[in-house]
Design a protein around this ligand. Sequence first.
Ligand SMILES: Nc1ncnc2c1ncn2[C@@H]1O[C@H](COP(=O)(O)OP(=O)(O)OP(=O)(O)O)[C@@H](O)[C@H]1O
Length: 258
Amino acid sequence: MGAILRLEQINKAFGGLTAVANFGLELSEREIRGIIGPNGAGKTTIFNLISGVYHPDSGRIYFAGTDITAHAADAIARAGIARTFQNIRLFAQMSVMDNIRMAFHSRTGYHFWDSLIHSGRFRRAEERIRRESLEYLDRFGLADRGRELARNLSYGEQRRLEIARALATNPRVLLLDEPAAGMNPKEVEDLIQFIRNVHRDFPLAILLIEHQMPVVMELCGLIQVIDFGQTIAEGDPATVTNHPLVIRAYLGEEEATA
Ligand SMILES: Nc1ncnc2c1ncn2[C@@H]1O[C@H](COP(=O)(O)OP(=O)(O)OP(=O)(O)O)[C@@H](O)[C@H]1O
């Protein structure tokens, strides 16, 4: 299968600090790939570069064969790259249902004037969004939470809602930034199963940043390990965990924080 996402020779510095150096990545369609590395290694910056929050100083990013290096974040999202965040980002004061509806709105074709005059087109779109939102919530085990404010959901439910919302934009690539952060082992187990189901049910590739090793070990065929913005190892879970540079990168971090 071809690459859906390709990063070539990416460099990004903030002032004098090199966050990402000569970084490359090729994500195949339907793949689930992990990115791991010590704190500050550049993982989230890579997601910010892919999703257009930042632009690389040099290098190129291709999505489905199109060069998106200079594209704006909203254009990249509309093209089919969705993401979640290390710290969950939901519309906390809005209902679960409205969080999903907002995402559906971003891909409907009606305009401001349609909503003002409540045209037939607007009503049809609204009805379709309402129906799709309900079906969606059901698929994610959140149907009975639709009227609840997002902030009242449990942590695990909020994470599921955030992923569900990302999926509502119909992405071909889903970027998950530490989805298991702050979860206990039972929640982690549930999340692994949840991501597995998402991958089974949606035609997409997933790129996953995670510190919780069971998540990457169980979900990812290939893991890319980065340190100081560079790939230091790449391979299946068993290979990378035994790789001397990986062991050194993690031990080095522990020594540094001891
Ligand atoms: N907007 C920014 N301005 C200045 N420095 C930044 C910015 N964003 C990231 N950095 C720096 O770039 C480096 C990489 O940060 P990044 O957040 O990508 O690491 P990370 O691997 O995601 O870390 P963690 O696992 O702790 O989330 C860090 O030294 C960070 O302080």
